[in-house]
Design a protein around this ligand. Structure first.
Ligand code: GDP
Ligand code: IMO
Ligand code: MG
Length: 425
């Protein structure tokens, strides 16, 4: 397999975890490059269901090396919990899970600031974050006041933390939130640091050595293009670059190490949290998608907003990520739809938009221009070969590819590993 970079092409939850798991069988190394435990990547194998937040989705194969890259923000306490849960289920991590010493630490005060800032925002201005401390941790990184995973092993950690916490407690007071206790914060982080010590290493060197040794590398994106801090629906975004450009910065691997980009995209659209969503369905059809697609957040449990496939978003994602192939997921969720709509362009103030406008106020007023497709009205989730899909289902998939200008690489028709068709990659 060529070194493959897998990105989410919509607003997250496209089924990246499932597709990474499927492709991991052909990879040596699976590496996450951005985000943090705001991610929830679900993998279903038979009756077993795993939801991963920080650990790469390749971990379920016992022989794969998994790397948490320097571009992530890591909650050490959450990571320990995730590792222990995996270990308890027989998924061993020692010696094959590596955590970057350059990745930034999400401390308890980052989570407190995240929650308090959201509470303070007026309705309409709220972002609807996962409250995992992502924004405040990336802000500290940019502000050069962050703490890195390598610092956890430093004897000066206690003093360093106390200094940071004093500043954050002042901020928390202005936000009307309770201060945190220095001794408690240190104890929590110190305990996690002791557990994580054998995992923390120079992953930049590790990854580049593997690259030079011609190991197959699979880059696992989290979140999605429309949540990207540069290309997404700013300010209703996350605080990192989930797009393909983020992969090099978040791993230390050079651009040439990425041989192809696979964009994961649902056969319809969902979004969790606030912000514009032109094809959102606030009616029974949207409710039907949520029910059939089991569209509830893997991290926060919030109901996901649902709507029709947005080809404007698809084309835009293909452009900014350089998508070579789509992995289209959740086709089966549309099995009972008599008619399926696809948004081919937007209309705003009498003007037609073929790409996503940067202005949030324009995007909020954009109305989708739809093209209709006949549904196939028959079950697909038990189908094991692409050729056996109903003709109308294949025509719908082809239409999505044609309208967005990207060929089909992978197609998925159920949460299970074996319901994944490898078409062109
Ligand atoms: P991620 O964040 O992109 O990894 O996606 P999530 O795991 O948050 O959400 C995707 C959900 O869809 C998970 O519950 C998956 O088990 C499920 N899923 C993935 N592919 C398919 C599919 O083809 N059909 C159905 N019905 N569910 C799928
Ligand atoms: P995966 O990897 C869906 C959304 C949040 C919120 C915004 C900012 O599972 O696809 P943050 O906590 O990052 O500051 O929240 O981004 N968000 C996600 N939505 N899937 C995700 O990850 C998300 N990670 C963040 O709901 O709107
Ligand atoms: Mg998810």
């Amino acid at each position: 397999m060529a070194n493959t970079l897998l990105i989410g092409a919509q607003w997250g939850d496209e089924g990246k975890g499932k597709v990474v798991d499927f492709l991991s069988q052909n990879a040596d190394i699976v590496v996450r490059y951005q985000g943090g435990s705001n991610a929830g990547h679900t993998i279903e194998i038979g009756a077993e269901r795993y939801v991963l937040h920080l650990v790469p989705s390749g971990i379920l194969y016992p022989d794969k090396t998994c790397v948490i890259g320097n571009g992530l923000v890591i909650d050490p306490v959450g990571l320990v919990k995730e590792i222990k849960e995996l270990n308890a289920r027989g998924i061993m991590t020692a010696g094959r899970l590596h955590v970057s010493d350059r990745a930034h630490v999400v401390a308890p005060y980052h989570k407190a600031v995240d929650a308090a800032s959201e509470n303070k925002l007026a309705v309409g201005a709220k972002i609807g974050t996962t409250q995992r401390g992502i924004g405040p941790t990336y802000a500290d990184k940019a502000n050069r006041t962050g703490l890195r995973m390598g610092d956890l092993l430093d004897p000066a950690l206690k003093t360093l933390l106390a200094g940071r916490l004093a500043q954050k407690n002042e901020l928390l007071a202005t936000l009307g939130a309770a201060p945190l206790e220095a001794a408690k914060v240190y104890a929590e982080i110190h305990e996690a640091a002791l557990f994580l010590t054998p995992y923390i290493t120079d992953t930049v060197k590790l990854l580049n050595d593997a690259y030079r040794a011609k190991k197959e590398i699979l880059f696992e994106g989290a979140q999605g293009t429309m949540l990207d801090i540069d290309f997404g629906t700013y300010p209703f975004v996350t605080s990192s670059n989930p797009t393909s450009g983020g992969a090099c910065v978040g791993t230390g691997l050079p651009p040439r190490s990425v041989e192809r980009v696979l964009g994961v995209i649902k056969a319809y659209t969902t979004r969790v949290g606030e912000g514009p969503f032109p094809t959102e369905l606030l009616d029974a059809t949207g409710e039907g998608l949520r029910k059939r697609g089991r569209e509830f957040g893997a991290t926060t449990g919030r109901p996901r907003r649902c709507g029709w496939f947005d080809a404007v978003v698809g084309r835009y994602s293909a452009m900014v990520n350089g998508v070579d192939y789509w992995a289209i997921t959740k086709l089966d969720v549309l099995d009972e739809m008599e008619t399926i709509k696809v948004c081919v362009a937007y209309e705003c103030d009498g003007k037609r938009h073929e790409t996503v406008p940067a202005s949030i106020s324009i995007l909020e007023r954009c109305k989708p221009i739809y093209k209709e497709f006949p549904g196939w009205m028959s079950p697909t989730s038990q189908i094991k070969r692409y050729e056996d899909l109903p003709v109308k289902a294949k025509e719908y998939v082809k239409a999505l590819c044609d309208i967005t200008g990207v060929p089909l690489g992978v197609l998925s028709v159920s949460p299970q590993r074996e319901s994944t068709f490898r078409i062109a990659i």
